[in-house]
Design a protein around this ligand. Structure first.
Ligand code: SF4
Ligand code: SF4
Length: 132
């Protein structure tokens, strides 16, 4: 009985299109909530390190001295934890899957965020006289 079921499925697959696609030669199917890969807006990253601490697979490495943020695509399990916890909202889960890689899986991004200058004291802004 199982043989006939299997034969039926095999014949159906021969007649109709296969149930799978030949990714990456054909684009993968995705929806607006597909988890493709994490991207960062380096101009908004405040180097707080939350994403590194919250990542369950140690895929993120922040180097405050060198001002770099790096992600290992092989390690990332696309859990979305870093995106949800980033206080600066500079991480986004893109729906596009990363291109298949065999060797270099680490992406290093230079953080370009510049802390805005502190606003001038209220007295100076109000036009107060400077002491001599
Ligand atoms: S999506 Fe998850 S596994 Fe990937 S870098 Fe973010 S926290 Fe780590
Ligand atoms: S990406 Fe977000 S959570 Fe990670 S260090 Fe930058 S600001 Fe902090």
């Amino acid at each position: 009985m199982a043989f006939f079921e299997m034969a039926k499925t095999a014949i159906k697959s021969l007649i109709h299109c296969p149930a799978t696609i030949r990714y990456p030669f054909q684009p993968a199917k995705k929806t607006p909530i597909s988890r493709g890969h994490v991207i960062i807006d380096a101009s908004r990253c405040i180097s707080c390190g939350t994403c590194q601490r919250k990542c369950p697979s140690q895929a993120i490495l922040l180097n405050k001295e060198a001002k770099t943020w790096q992600i290992d695509r092989f390690r990332c399990i696309v859990c979305n934890s870093c995106v949800e916890t980033c206080p600066a909202k500079c991480l986004v889960m893109d729906t596009q899957y990363t291109a298949p890689v065999t060797k270099k899986s680490v992406e290093i991004v230079t953080i370009t965020y510049v802390k805005p200058p502190k606003p001038a004291p209220a007295t100076a802004a109000a036009g107060g006289e400077a002491k001599t």
